[in-house]
Design a binder for this molecule. Sequence first.
Ligand code: SF4
Length: 330
Amino acid sequence: MSLNSTRTIDILFGPIQSRRLGNSLGIDLIPHKHCTLNCVFCECGNTTALTVEREEFHPYQEVIRAIDHYLSKLPSTTAIDYITFSGAGEPTLYKSLGKVLQYLKQTYAQYKICVLTNGTLFSRSDVRSDLHLADLVIPTFSAAGEAAFQTINRAHPSINVQMFTQGMINFTQEFQGKVWIEIFVIEGVNDSFEEFSQIKKSLQKMRFEKIQMNLLDRPGSEAWVKVPPLEKLQELKQLLSPFAVEIILPRAKQLPLSSTSTSTSTTANNNSSNTDTILAILKRRPSTLEDLCKSLQSTPKVMERELSKIESLLEITQVGAQTFYSLRSR
Ligand code: SF4
């Protein structure tokens, strides 16, 4: 099959400005929205294919051609802090993930690789070994008790919290790169001292550099998901001591977002294909005008004009003072 630009845009997106990773070029190998979980905070909407079957959703050779094509079009001034496997599904469901990482390391050794994963397939040795070439893996570990795990993550029936926790322990002990553990904190669900004490007990068996307490920043799958008060988060951070813990505040509670990157140009696309780039980003995550301006190095005025061209495809959601754009049927 010949590679056209539509196929390229289907698999790669950005670079986008990530709160945690700086300038992040996304690779999304999973069709919307195949996942082992159906998290209540998911910014990609509800899981439509709840599965634990690993598949080669896109043929490996097609993925490689798409990566080569996209990277060859990037302006030489573009700074990329990470190539990040993420998107609208669980990346470790891609059966040839290990081969893709190997290709990137051999061909584009200048780029660091990050994998954002929910960690539920770490109970499988083939998944753990597929990730061994990544520089950074960020798994999510938001609950140590079955009730909170099921309330937050709504897992595939074959997954329970014991096997998930043991998989996390095995992976973090075997993996040689960096691990940052994400705890997604939801008011009234996993923000009690009892739940966090249980989480801490499990974390004591894992190896990692730091913990990031993450909070709802974009419209999630369920409208009831709320951010705990800052004072509570500080107390929970204290409870996790002596681990290094970072609270990733939602933008509404932050000072203006500052970039960790020195990027001067970000997209692989010229103005004529800005629409494709915007669509590729919005397919994976709801974004504000400010997010899109940062990712495309554009001004609000130009971006508003771009968005007006695809107005009929957009869904607009208000979260506090923030206006988010997403695609109607992601
Ligand atoms: S947040 Fe991640 S793990 Fe959870 S449903 Fe969405 S894609 Fe899957």
